[in-house]
Design a protein around this ligand. Structure first.
Ligand SMILES: Cc1cc2nc3c(=O)[nH]c(=O)nc-3n(C[C@H](O)[C@H](O)[C@H](O)COP(=O)(O)O)c2cc1C
Length: 449
């Protein structure tokens, strides 16, 4: 079995993933706006030799007719937040090897300024940065806040393709990799290696020099997680590491195959894409203790959060439908994945399910050996490359996982016991150098003339 890769899912807000776990006595997430919270989390990750800390992000809040408008504030549901790129920057100095991956929206960011932000982080971290490319499938409140029009689901991906074409020119083409000479007796940079870019795309335009020189990885490691047909197409083209939402081995195996096929259709090595499934667990030395821990987490939930959170992801207010309505009868232009994943279930089933674990799949509850068994079965059965651990209660869920499950995985030879390779790309994607592999579409933008 291949050696698996591991990341930790985090979110710079009190709650995440549609649950109100902040009320749990062990949760420290209500202090998410303090640097010492983040330094503690980052050090847990680095001590456990996790490959990266992933900072999710979204814009907007639940504000759909029928849901309680005050839920965002009373439950800290998707408000307030911190900027993940700045949290990530603060952690560069607190860590040495850990990859830091942050989410950035192709709908709402300005590509020229965004490229500079990613390159700055990649310079300062010496090549430990990843970017989770999202098209922002959630709230209409987000576009209202930005004062921009809503863009339909598939068109958001066309826009994202255009965003990528422009930032590849800035990451890869504007400054050649060895343009800087820093020679006090000679010159600072070689002008023959600095190029004007020209981009006149359907959505974005930019002309002139890039603002930041080629960074250690050039392009940050590209993460993606869209699982609609158009999302998989985008991921197979651009993604180097793809997050899957979890679920049955059969479902994951189908998604893995579809994304690897898409990569091959784009002339890429299908195995160069790293597929990582989100994974939650409640672990304890005995099954009785694990079940009791899980019950305490369920008891911390607030029922209104389920309705408001589902509405935030999809725009659909499930409380306004007959509970017997089949999910297959509903449609959204927001996150289609969050409707399609429930197949033929009813609205009532989904509300119950969402109340228990929000957008996550059901956590696995068991002893360390049982959890390790499940992870190995999933990885082998679905051809996964690793897992994105999504904790229920921070930091205790992560500590339980790294202290109890990781040692079992290490003893079985499927988890690394130290960092190998310098940059995040070499470690995670397995490239021989820190920059994009030559078969990636971004690499074709190198050395613009
Ligand atoms: C593990 C995981 C993490 C995700 N993190 C984010 C995130 O931080 N921000 C975001 O807007 N979407 C996030 N998503 C959602 C996807 O990026 C995507 O927007 C969503 O699946 C809807 O796109 P689709 O309709 O193409 O599937 C995440 C999805 C998964 C499975």
């Amino acid at each position: 079995m291949k050696k698996l890769r591991f990341g930790l899912f985090e979110n710079a807000q009190t709650n995440d993933s549609g649950t109100s776990t902040w009320r749990h006595p062990d949760s420290e997430r209500h202090n998410f706006d303090r640097l010492d919270y983040w330094v503690k989390i980052a050090r847990i990750c680095e001590d456990a030799k996790l490959d990266f800390l992933f900072l999710a992000d979204a814009w907007g809040w639940a504000d759909v007719k029928g849901t309680r408008p005050d839920i965002s504030t009373t439950e800290g549901l998707d408000l307030p937040r911190l900027d993940p790129a700045i949290v990530g920057a603060a952690l560069i100095g607190a860590t040495e090897k850990l990859g830091i991956v942050m989410t950035g929206s192709t709908l709402l960011e300005q590509p020229y300024a965004f490229a500079r932000r990613m390159q700055t982080l990649d310079h300062l971290s010496n090549g430990r940065i990843g970017w989770n490319v999202v098209t922002t499938g959630t709230a209409e409140t987000a576009v209202a806040a930005f004062g921009v029009p809503m863009v339909a689901h598939d068109e958001r991906y066309n826009m994202a393709d255009d965003f990528m074409s422009l930032v590849y020119k800035l990451f890869e083409g504007a400054w050649e990799r060895h343009a800087l000479e820093r020679n006090k007796q000679g010159r600072y940079a070689d002008p023959a290696k600095v190029h004007r870019i020209a981009h006149d795309g359907p959505y974005f335009r930019s002309h002139g020099f890039g603002n930041t020189a080629y960074s250690p990885q050039g392009t940050p490691v590209l993460f993606q997680a869209g699982s609609s047909d158009r999302g998989k197409q985008f991921g197979g083209k651009h993604g180097e590491c793809i997050f899957l939402g979890g679920g049955s081995i059969e479902k994951l195996a189908g998604q893995v195959k579809a994304i690897r096929d898409e990569a091959a259709a784009n002339g890429r090595d299908p195995n160069s894409i790293k597929l990582m499934s989100a994974f939650s667990c409640v672990v304890a030395p005995t099954i009785e203790e694990a079940r009791a821990k899980h019950q305490a987490i369920l008891d911390a939930q607030t029922p209104d959060v389920a309705v408001a959170s589902y509405a935030w992801f999809t725009g659909l207010d499930l409380s306004s439908y007959d509970p017997a309505t089949k999910m297959s009868a509903l449609h959204t232009e927001l996150s289609q994945t969050q409707v399609a994943r429930f197949g033929d279930k009813t609205v009532g089933d989904v509300l119950k399910d969402w109340h228990a674990h929000g957008v996550r799949t059901n956590p696995f509850v068991g002893t360390p050996a049982e959890i390790a068994d499940i992870m190995c079965e999933m990885a082998e059965g679905a051809d996964l490359d690793g897992f994105l651990f999504t904790p229920l209660i921070q930091p205790t869920s992560t500590l339980d996982f790294v202290e109890q499950v990781m040692p079992v995985l290490r003893a079985r030879g499927v988890a690394a016991s130290d960092y190998e390779g310098e940059s995040l790309r070499e470690r995670l994607v397995g490239t021989e150098s820190p920059i994009l592999s030559p078969d990636h579409p971004g690499a074709s933008h190198r050395q613009l003339q």
